[in-house]
Structures are given as C-alpha cells and as structure tokens.
Design a protein around this ligand. Sequence first.
Ligand SMILES: Nc1nc2c(ncn2[C@@H]2O[C@H](COP(=O)(O)OP(=O)(O)O)[C@@H](O)[C@H]2O)c(=O)[nH]1
Ligand SMILES: Nc1ncnc2c1ncn2[C@@H]1O[C@H](COP(=O)(O)OP(=O)(O)O)[C@@H](O)[C@H]1O
Length: 206
Amino acid sequence: MEYPGNLFVVAAPSGAGKSSLVKSLLELDSHLVVSISHTTRPPRGQEHDGREYWFVSEPEFRAMTERGDFFEWAEVHGNLYGTSRAAIESRMAAGEDVILEIDWQGALQIKQLFPHAVLIFILPPSFEELLQRLHRRGEDGADVIETRMANARLEVAQARHFDFVIINALFETALFDLKAIVHAQRLKYAAQRRSRRAVFDALNLS
Ligand SMILES: Nc1nc2c(ncn2[C@@H]2O[C@H](COP(=O)(O)OP(=O)(O)O)[C@@H](O)[C@H]2O)c(=O)[nH]1
Ligand SMILES: Nc1ncnc2c1ncn2[C@@H]1O[C@H](COP(=O)(O)OP(=O)(O)O)[C@@H](O)[C@H]1O
C-alpha cells in the first residue's frame, strides 16, 4: 500500500524506554502523530482509555480481528495488542507522518503491508539496566517483570530485521538519534518525490 506520508515503527523490549522516547519526540515534533493501539492488557495506574491504549476485553478484540479491523496484531507477554485501521488510516490518507509503538511481530507485519515503513529497534545498554528500569518504573509485579525479562532475550534477536538500532543508554543521546532518523527519512522521501516530479516535468508529463 502507498500513501503520501512517512511511517515510523518503534519496537523494543519492555523497559528499554520506547514510550519515554516516543513521548519526548512527539513533544518536539508537531508533524508526527502516534497510533493508539487496542489491547486486552489491564490499564496501569496512570493510564487512560484512549490515551495510552484502547483497553478492550478479549471477546471484543477477537471480534475486531474477525472483522478485519486491524492492520496487524500480535500476542505479547500473554496479552493481545493491535493497530486498528481506524487509528491511522485517515491520518495516513491526509499525508501525515505516523509513528507506531508496537512489538517486533507487528513491526514485521507492517513492513509487509507498507514496504517504505522505517523500522527502528531500541536496545537497553544491558539486561541488568533493563531489569533496573522495569523495577524503577514500578508498574509491574515480580511475575510480570520476570516474563518481560525472559521475552527480552528473544526480542533483541529480532533487531537484525530492523532498519535502525538505537541504544538507549543516555536518554538525550537516544532521543537525538531518533530525531535524526526521522529527519533523514523525511529528507530522503521529499527528495525522491521531487526527483519523480523533475522526471515528469522533463518529459512534459503531468
Ligand atoms: N503488535 C503490536 N504490539 C503492540 C501494540 N501496542 C503495543 N504493543 C507492544 O506490546 C508490548 C507490551 O506493551 P505494554 O504492555 O505497553 O508494556 P511496555 O512495553 O512494558 O510499556 C510492547 O512491545 C509494545 O510495543 C500493537 O498495536 N501491536
Ligand atoms: N535512558 C534512560 N536512562 C534511564 N532510565 C530510562 C531511560 N529511558 C527510559 N528510562 C526509564 O525506564 C523506564 C522504562 O521506560 P519506558 O519508556 O516505560 O519503557 P518501554 O516503553 O520501552 O517499556 C521508565 O521509568 C523510564 O523513565
């Protein structure tokens, strides 16, 4: 599928810092909109329906998959997550740049559908630091943290399928890297469109 905007996909093991990085990027970049996913995971303390996620029951989620409402969906850490068409289709059609914060399985599905999507994988500096961050965030119980740490070892092996890898050691450095990728992609895409125009102009086509 082709559309006139850029599509960025950010994935990372739980606790690597992707939500914090994407939130800071959005504050700096008014041309970027984030997709709100649907999930069957229960909301955390400060989360609101329609802000971090659309929180739905498993039957509701399954009904959506059967209706074909999702561009992609996956089971992650025992819960279901998906990017609904409704969340991004109109924005994509309007040519806006969209960012998805989803897991690696979803990222690879999106790349199949939208080959020009830019896949970015965020790594923590170490597994020890990842564990510290999950504890410091203080949102998940010991069993949930254990599952996420076990899955993290499988997830980092998927980084090789991504276009870019960012190591989130120092937050400001990682944010700078993320901004640079977004900026570079915008320039590249604009240049490609301009050259197509230039070819059409040269051939006197419209
Ligand atoms: N495939 C897919 N994964 C998603 C989607 N939304 C969130 N995720 C991923 O699900 C995983 C768990 O997210 P979450 O429960 O918010 O935990 P966190 O990563 O620890 O903040 C993360 O890897 C998210 O990127 C989605 O729409 N599709
Ligand atoms: N570079 C960093 N250095 C130290 N702590 C960080 C860094 N980036 C994020 N954090 C913290 O780590 C925790 C997990 O970050 P979060 O953005 O929720 O991760 P994710 O969305 O990948 O699960 C949060 O408490 C966040 O403030």
